[in-house]
Design a protein around this ligand. Structure first.
Ligand code: AP5
Ligand code: MG
Length: 216
């Protein structure tokens, strides 16, 4: 199965993608994570993306679509893909169609995480991840069981994203409204959009996504 998780910054795309990976052995394809890895490694893509990401703007369509194609090529054909944060523009949506078709895959479902924008700033500014395994946490909503120790791998090192400040979050939201929300009708016309309440408790969001995917 190939699915898109669509929603504004902080909607819970990464959180829910990690859970789908654990439950179904699918692969999370997060263009944000790929770009952050490129920035960290100092690759040519990372050098181009760094300032754009720190400003909360969108990296070029060509760069992100190439990253997605490469990741799909490295996956077994039988493994399902979760597109997290991609596509984000109409040209990216068109590229995804070609990328999937040329690899004999099809898009099964677009899950739109509906959220109240006012809550997103709190979610994003409280977010951090394990520096070792990448497990996501939140200062209020998802703390490690033992403070300062990752539940998953036991590491004591955590990190925060440089673009997780209020000013950049506002730009990221404006980019979402202007460029990403308008791609939804493409998928609505095909009857493959399912709306899930992203304001619910994390476990309830997971249950709602499972209910959407079950009959397929
Ligand atoms: P990206 O990394 O994709 O960031 P984003 O879309 O802004 O989304 P986030 O990762 O901030 O939010 P999320 O929905 O994953 O939320 P999460 O689950 O972490 O992109 C970053 C940048 O890279 C972009 O700005 C752009 O520059 C560039 N980029 C990436 N893809 C691109 C593309 N395709 N084209 C061009 N440029 C691209 O949750 C947030 C927090 O809330 C967590 O702490 C979590 O614990 C908590 N939380 C989650 N769910 C709940 C809940 N139900 N209740 C309470 N708390 C919750
Ligand atoms: Mg994310």
């Amino acid at each position: 199965m190939n699915i898109i998780l669509l929603g504004p910054p902080g909607a819970g795309k990464g959180t829910q993608a990690q859970r789908l990976v654990e439950r179904h052995g699918m692969k999370q394809l997060s263009t944000g994570d790929m770009l952050r890895a490129a920035v960290k490694a100092g690759t040519p893509v990372g050098l181009k993306a760094k300032a754009v990401m720190e400003a909360g703007e969108l990296v070029s369509d060509e760069i992100v679509s190439a990253l997605i194609g490469d990741e799909l090529d490295a996956m077994p054909a039988s493994q399902g893909a979760i597109f997290d944060g991609y596509p984000r523009t109409a040209p990216q949506a068109a590229s995804l169609e070609q990328i999937l078709e040329s690899r004999g895959r099809k898009l099964d479902c677009v899950i739109e995480l509906g959220v109240d924008e006012d809550a997103l700033v709190e979610r994003i500014t409280g977010r951090y991840t394990c520096a070792s395994c990448g497990k996501g946490y939140h200062d209020t909503f998802e703390k490690p069981v033992v403070e300062g120790t990752c539940d998953k791998c036991g590491s004591h090192e955590f990190k925060r994203r440089p673009d997780d400040n209020e000013q950049t979050v506002r730009t990221r939201m404006a980019e979402y409204r202007a460029k990403t929300a308008p791609i939804l009708p493409i998928y609505e016309e095909r009857g493959i959009v399912a709306r899930v309440d992203g304001m619910a408790d994390m476990d309830n969001v997971t249950a709602a996504i499972e209910a959407v995917l079950k009959p397929r």
